[in-house]
Design a protein around this ligand. Sequence first.
Ligand code: FEO
Length: 383
Amino acid sequence: MTITQDILYVGVNDHNIDLFEGQYIVPNGMAYNSYAIVDEKIAIMDSVDAAFGDEWLGNIKNALGDRKPDYLVVQHMEPDHSANIVSFVNAYPEAKVVSSAKAFVMMKNFFGDDFADKQVVVGEGDKLSLGKHELNFVAAPMVHWPEVIVTYDSTDKVLFSADGFGKFGALDVEEDWACEARRYYIGIVGKYGLPVQTLLKKAAALDIQFICPLHGPILTENLGYYINLYDTWSSYRPEEEGVMIAYTSVYGNTKKAVMELADMLKANGCPKVVVNDLAREDMAEVVEDAFRYSKLVLATTTYNGDIFPFMRHFIDAITERNYSNRTVGFIENGSWAPTATKVMKGMLEKSKNLTYAESEVKIMSALNEDSKAQLEALAKELA
Ligand code: FEO
């Protein structure tokens, strides 16, 4: 695949993976992107996952023919991109390794070798000329690890954005960008909104025609759409008006209340209502929805003096990603001493700028006239 006349795709698709980063299901696989910039000197941008070293080196050979790379630029040391640095160095012993000082420390930790005789240490504002192409390095700490740099090719106006603007899914599968990019971003980079905002501000000063991330498709058109979504996600603003109801239900009574609330919200004109069963839906998808919509309802049972485990896991997952700037409503169920709302509010204490709905719903085992009236009040308030 040719991106510009001089920039070629040499990455790989992974359809064998079961869980990306040990926890995310990826039904459409994963792409580990790598690029060759072919000029008087040749730079390879990042390596790929451990399982694809031979395929990646084969792609480089096919792309370059008789020529050999002069540089391997390592933007990010997470093993999905760094696992084949050693194979590259063995295949091309004359090449230099270009990376941040922190990344070389990580190489020593990962591989027992920081390639001292091949190091080119770069940081914010440093440049590397390949001939016609000039690579400009931009520090991007915590997007998504501390050593990360991104690279701007000022000749072809390409931003190599590391994990930024990445998504789940291999490149040989057609699917909506935003859905899997949002799940990827919120799940993996979501905690680091502030560093992403810093990087977006730096990127705003550049004339960017192409974004080449380490995962997902190369972005070539309508870049404002993608950049605006990243700005929304990284500033923790809701993307859409709507209510997401996240629930757990042991015998179906809490579920019944949730379904009634969903109907009431729609009847009251709520623009969008999404219902997620925390025990059965992909947790990353539900976490993504929590950040997507402006309002959240948490419905769960009191359990072992605490709350049902899937709800605890869910609230932990959103608070560790800085869930904030939203309205939250509560439904609790308990057969003798419901305390779930108190526990949930306690867990949300570290979240900033949350507004709690005044109408709360307390179910004593099953819905009755009182709790139905509370549901109606909550629906009216949220809609
Ligand atoms: Fe795609 Fe943070 O690694």
